[in-house]
Design a protein around this ligand. Sequence first.
Ligand code: HEM
Ligand code: HEM
Length: 203
Amino acid sequence: QGNASASAGKTKAASCAGCHGEDGNSTMPAFPKLAGQHQTYLVKQLQAFKSGARLAPMMAPLAAGLDEQTIQELANYYAGNKISTNPAPKLPANDDDDAPAKTPEQEKAELDALITKGSDLYRNGNISREVSACVACHGPYAEGNKPASFPSLHSQHADYLIKSLTDFKTGARSNNRENMMHMIATKMTDEDIKAVAYYISTM
Ligand code: HEM
Ligand code: HEM
């Protein structure tokens, strides 16, 4: 890591900017923000895309062309940037045409309830369904755990968090089929996933 410079990473990151944003703060919610993520976690994911251990059709062809030095440089670059905070969350548009339109007050109440549920799950887990508390590994501010390479999650896009948790649950995020996130996500309902993702995106 020591000799893999972040400035070399910055130049090479030009080919990633279209999806992840110039500094790793993607604006499109399906593409994860990389800014401020732990260097070792980024390296591990890029190696997993390259080896095929983490299946991701968009990342695989790109990662295949990265040598070890470039992986380290890219990871150093993104890890050194600051993650941007998200705008206030909105509930997804109601696609049921027959449902009565919600007033702004109803929308706000629904969103507040969702985020409160997410915060409770994040901090306390769910004893009856044996969902571990996220705070134990991802930290009180969802800053992750650098020495352990537990990823930072705060200010990540809610849509990407929902996709990741759903992929852990189904096993589609395949390098984690047998690991802790798979075990945890299989105990979560879709509503749990949505609630915790919305909460984390506001941190
Ligand atoms: C995920 C790096 C280019 C689309 C990721 C992740 C990393 C990464 C480290 C995992 C993030 C995490 O687990 O939190 C890079 C680098 C690139 C690059 C270094 C340039 C060499 C691109 C491009 C696209 C793209 C050009 C769009 C065509 C995605 C998507 C995911 C992802 C969709 C999420 C995959 C999933 O859902 O599992 N990228 N990326 N990336 N990237 Fe890239
Ligand atoms: C990864 C959420 C609990 C350890 C992740 C990711 C998310 C997440 C969204 C993917 C991040 C990304 O793609 O950028 C949660 C939530 C939890 C929870 C919502 C509580 C319900 C835990 C616990 C542990 C843990 C309790 C430790 C025992 C990890 C590890 C990874 C990870 C090691 C990285 C996996 C990899 O290398 O791909 N978590 N997590 N998480 N989490 Fe959790």
